[in-house]
Design a protein around this ligand. Structure first.
Ligand SMILES: [Zn+2]
Length: 261
């Protein structure tokens, strides 16, 4: 199949105005964000021609199995291999105009929640407060017993594996590993948001992977309009009410400009 012609400037501008009008009208707007939004901050993507997994191979579930059988060894390996390409990129990355624009929209009371597949903490660094991270956060640890989360930097690594200060359970880095189930609290909150959203924005993700793929569809089935911001066509494009074929770093600030007037 041949790629469709790129949209004209007029088409992009019209879609941005339509999106702004829908956001202004909504009372509970929910965003799902993915790798595309952070790629603009220099975070490498996993899949695609230049993806880490394409070049280095997809991770296996060995890590998750090892964590379950020998968490002490898993932690020692994780500490030894801490400086991976992704970790370095996350350490260097800064929030971009898309992250900042979404935080502005929350501040203006126009966006109520962000569900993100990203682990890089950039939404929070931009100022977003109401957020659910379905794949965890690179800077945090999570207790495998009570689900509590702490900053990685605040826990003692003197004892291996490190234990939860609240309940004594074994701690793991918060990032969800291959083969590991999505944490229950994050899953529950995401479904709750999809169930109450009256507008849903999908930004920088093709949303084909479970469970993220469910959220926009659940909202859409309940009648919430769907806005897609993505330079590329996705599986959701067919059902989206407004499609902005542009980078998030261009589209989101343009929406904020309209809504600030
Ligand atoms: Zn605990």
């Amino acid at each position: 199949m041949q790629d469709p012609l790129p949209p004209s400037r007029d088409e992009v501008d019209r879609a941005i105005r339509q999106a702004a009008a829908l956001i202004r009208k909504a009372s509970h707007a929910v965003v799902l964000s993915g790798a595309g939004i952070s790629a603009e901050s220099g975070i490498p993507i996993y899949r695609g021609a230049t993806g880490i997994w394409t070049r280095q191979g997809e991770p296996t579930i060995d890590g998750w199995e090892l964590f379950n059988t020998d968490p002490e060894r898993w932690w020692r390996l994780a500490i030894d291999h801490g400086d991976t390409e992704l970790s370095l990129a996350i350490a260097r990355a800064m929030p971009n105009p898309a992250h900042i624009g979404l935080a502005d929209l929350e501040q203006l009371g126009l966006i109520q929640h962000v569900i993100t597949q990203n682990i890089d903490n950039l939404h929070q660094r931009a100022g977003t407060k109401h957020i659910t991270e379905i794949h965890g956060n690179r800077l945090k640890v999570r207790c495998m017993n009570c689900g509590g989360r702490d900053r990685l930097g605040t826990i003692s690594l003197d004892r291996m594996p490190p234990l939860c200060p609240e309940c004594g359970g074994i701690l793991k880095t918060d990032v969800v590993m291959f083969g590991e189930p999505i944490p229950e609290d994050a899953l529950r909150e995401s479904y709750r948001q999809a169930a109450i959203a009256d507008l849903f924005l999908v930004i920088g993700t093709s949303a084909v992977v479970y469970p993220a793929a469910d959220f926009p569809i659940i909202a859409k089935r309940r009648g919430a309009p769907l806005i897609e911001i993505n330079p590329f066509e996705t599986n959701l494009s067919e059902v989206a009410d407004v499609i902005i074929r542009a980078n998030a770093g261009e589209a989101v600030p343009a929406i904020v400009d309209i809504l600030r007037r």
